[in-house]
Design a protein. Sequence first.
Length: 232
Amino acid sequence: MTESKTDVAALAPPVLILLGPPGAGKGTQARMLQQRYGLVQLSTGDLLRSAVAEGSEAGKAADKVMKSGGLVSDDIVIAILRDRLAEPDTTKGVILDGFPRTTVQAEALDDLLAESGQQIDAAISLEVDDEAMVHRIAGRYSCGECGEGYHDSFKQPKVEGVCDVCGATNMKRRADDNAETVAERLSAYHRQTAPLITYYEKRGALQRIDAMGPIDEIATTVSRAVSKAAKD
Ligand code: AP5
């Protein structure tokens, strides 16, 4: 791999978006980019699940929608993301995982970044077919402590039930990873989020990646895309 941390350091601080349907591998690739480049993964799905666990007003409103597989209202998600972007660690650069998901969110993101003189460096679209996506979601689980992701077929921990990263043994599966909710999440993606591919393409910020191969191969291609964004 010829991509280097130096290339990415040229983006100061980088703002990368990972687009893709549920199960495309956004979270998996975002964590790998985080480890490789020291960027911060910002997953609106994770932020919303934390709000639900805390029982905040936003969390209560989000909970019902997430269980149905629909999209949480733009107002709630944008407010959560704005607060998270204001935290000091984000000055290292961020990978947005699962945001934006609507044109309203994309425009709000442009405005938020403009406040600090920033803009998007790349929107990377992970492209998978619907059948593979359902299979990926059905076998997914993660570490309850550090969030490292695993899969029944594609990525098992070295010791069954023990997280490779932190050694915890409390693996968990997501409540919205059931067949009915996944069908609605997929439909919401095609209806409301897929149009963002054209939105970023028109701005010359889009990079499409065939995300059907093995995780490590896709990671190499994603790193190449990040490096290209740094050089453009
Ligand atoms: P969110 O948490 O963002 O879920 P999602 O978009 O549905 O995406 P997933 O987390 O399911 O998949 P992923 O692409 O990250 O795949 P992963 O890497 O885990 O959102 C959940 C809900 O929150 C939404 O439905 C909505 O209600 C709400 N929400 C969140 N953001 C919102 C927003 N901005 N606006 C409104 N509402 C919002 O991979 C999946 C599995 O496959 C893993 O097990 C992994 O190990 C495996 N895998 C990954 N890559 C590969 C590969 N190449 N080959 C084989 N297996 C692979």
